[in-house]
Write a protein that binds this ligand. Structure first.
Ligand code: UD1
Ligand code: UDP
Length: 382
């Protein structure tokens, strides 16, 4: 049996790790040891609770005003002791957060193999998204096995000099997670949403925003655009589950408080958010995960960023990069709201991120990795 430490700390990592943890737990060849960094708190706990995941340990590092340096140093220090104690056969990290980078580095320092879930995403700009583009490039240097969601991600890894035989194209576990929520009982019934969802005929514009490179002025431009859309389309409902970051919330409140058709609400639990996404007419977001979920639900997405590492959604036709300029966001939203033919062109459902079997494929590749290792050892010993 191989003991795998699964290390994560934020909401999107929790969502994308959950199907993999479940698959590891139900496979007799593996033992999963879940270590939370606690980079996020409420938003992390909310996801673990939806998926019924109980962590084996929790560094609980989260604090208001945390910095990239404080997160990195606390996670590295906390994991040093944890990994010595647990002594896993390998460590899985996901994506591109600071928890993921520090997790990979902490494992490398103890010469523990690193497996990277969602490998090979690249925007081509080291400051956008910041610091994620560099985090994922560094993790690629540290990882022994790379689970790439798409062929394009595999090509990006090859371009960075990663060995072909260490890359497996698996799809993205976010689709496994999304399909799992469809099986959960319950309707779209979060009490915060009742005013927005009561009238089935009303169009809902779903908005999320949190990116570090958007903090400050770009976020103010986004908020100003949402305010203009709210007054330009008074019959629509704008649902904006706010990230917990107080810096993000302050700007959203400043621009959007008091607008009747804007619902500035607490983060929705993942099951409710997935249902909200399904109900929404269109989506404005700077999130990575939401860009992946929307195409499989056939929802048009305007991405509030200058670059994307998720070109598959753009190619599929569901996603348009609009940046953070107020006028451009308002114009593109108006085009979708006013021109049915343009809207229809962005609603074909597609499946660029997999069919919901990514976690099973990852586990197959993980076992093959250990088998190769054993075979090599036997050969070396003979
Ligand atoms: C982090 C990741 C980003 C990811 C995002 C997902 C890094 C550098 N950034 O950014 O890649 O897209 O998570 O949401 O790893 N907070 C709470 N409760 C929570 C979560 C956050 O209060 O449950 C507040 C805290 O005040 C915290 C602040 O939000 O200091 C910022 O959190 P942090 O994890 O540093 O950055 P994110 O913007 O969430
Ligand atoms: N999400 C959620 N509740 C919300 C907003 C988002 O469960 O109120 C989910 C969403 O479905 C997606 C993930 O959170 O899977 C994205 O997280 P976030 O935008 O924080 O991070 P990113 O993907 O940009 O790293």
């Amino acid at each position: 049996m191989k003991k795998i430490a699964v290390i994560y700390g934020t909401r999107p990592e929790a969502i994308k790790m959950a199907p993999l943890i479940k698959a590891l737990q139900s496979d007799p060849r593996f033992e999963a040891h879940v270590i939370l960094t606690g980079q996020h708190r409420e938003m992390l706990d909310q996801v673990n609770s939806i998926f019924g995941i109980i962590a084996d340990s929790d560094l609980d590092i989260s604090e208001a005003g945390q910095t990239l340096t404080s997160i990195t140093t606390k996670v590295l220090e906390g994991l040093a002791g944890q990994l010595s104690e647990v002594n896993p056969d390998g460590v899985i990290v996901q994506g591109d957060t600071t928890s993921a980078l520090a997790g990979a580095l902490a494992a490398f320092y103890q010469q523990i193999p690193v497996f990277h879930l969602e490998a090979g995403l690249r925007s081509g700009n080291i400051y956008n998204p910041f610091p994620e583009e560099v985090n994922r490039k560094l993790i690629s240097q540290l990882a022994n096995l790379h689970f790439a969601p798409t062929e394009a991600n595999k090509l990006a890894l090859l371009r960075d000099g990663v060995a072909d035989e260490t890359i497996v194209v698996t799809g993205n576990t976010v689709i496994d997670a999304l399909l799992h929520t469809a099986e959960l009982p319950g309707d779209l019934d979060d009490p915060q949403l009742l005013g927005a969802t009561r009238d089935e005929a009303r169009q809902i514009i779903l908005v999320t925003t949190h990116r570090r490179e958007n903090w400050g002025e770009p976020l103010a431009h986004i908020a100003a655009a949402v305010a203009k859309i709210s007054t330009g389309f008074p019959e629509a409902r704008i649902v904006l589950p706010m990230h917990k970051n107080p810096a993000v919330r302050a700007i959203l409140h400043e621009y959007l408080d008091g607008l009747d058709n804007v619902y500035l609400i607490e983060p929705l639990d993942y099951a409710q958010f997935a249902k909200m996404l399904n109900r929404a007419y269109l989506v404005l977001t700077d999130s990575g995960g939401v860009q992946e979920e929307a195409p499989s639900l056939g929802k048009p997405v305007l991405v509030l960023r200058e670059t994307t590492e998720r070109g598959e959604g753009v190619e599929a036709g569901n996603v348009t990069l609009v940046g953070t300029d107020t006028a451009r966001i308002v114009a593109e939203t108006t085009r979708l709201m006013r021109h049915p033919e343009h809207y229809a062109a962005m609603t074909a459902a597609s499946n660029p991120y997999g069919d919901g079997t990514a976690s099973v494929q990852c586990i197959g590749a993980l076992w093959a990795y250990f088998e190769r290792l054993t075979a090599k050892k036997k050969f070396d010993d003979s």
